[in-house]
Design a protein around this ligand. Sequence first.
Ligand SMILES: Nc1nc2c([nH]c(=O)n2[C@H]2C[C@H](O)[C@@H](COP(=O)(O)OP(=O)(O)OP(=O)(O)O)O2)c(=O)[nH]1
Length: 128
Amino acid sequence: MTERIVVGAALYDEGRLLAARRSAPPELAGRWELPGGKVEPGERPDEALVRELREELGVEAEPIARVPGQWPLKPGYVLWVWTAKLRSGAPEPLEDHDELRWLSPDEVWSVEWLDADVPAVAAAMECR
Ligand SMILES: Nc1nc2c([nH]c(=O)n2[C@H]2C[C@H](O)[C@@H](COP(=O)(O)OP(=O)(O)OP(=O)(O)O)O2)c(=O)[nH]1
């Protein structure tokens, strides 16, 4: 079975990284993640990233580069991350999240990231 790809955005603006706090499901609620979601069948991962940021945050974003690596999520799912920048709009927690926070480099570890995101965020910090 091939794994389903979940794309996450390391969205940077003026050197700060956007973190999003999940509102669901209960076992993940309250933990922080890179915004994104599942790639749909027939969709390119970078297209999925743009779509998810539009749906979840109400912004237009531009993927910059894939962050090397992939991180296992729940069985059957794997996380891929792109650095990205904002093209227009200001992110709002429209779907899946109840809080957003722009983190400066010294604040990046001040939130409780989902387990899978800890190594993914560390790798993304190398690609700023
Ligand atoms: N988006 C995202 N999901 C993550 C991260 N880390 C992590 O463990 N996950 C998990 C949470 C979910 O079980 C799964 C992604 O699901 P999702 O709910 O974001 O996907 P989606 O927007 O496509 O929503 P849906 O199809 O479930 O309605 O991966 C991350 O950094 N970003």
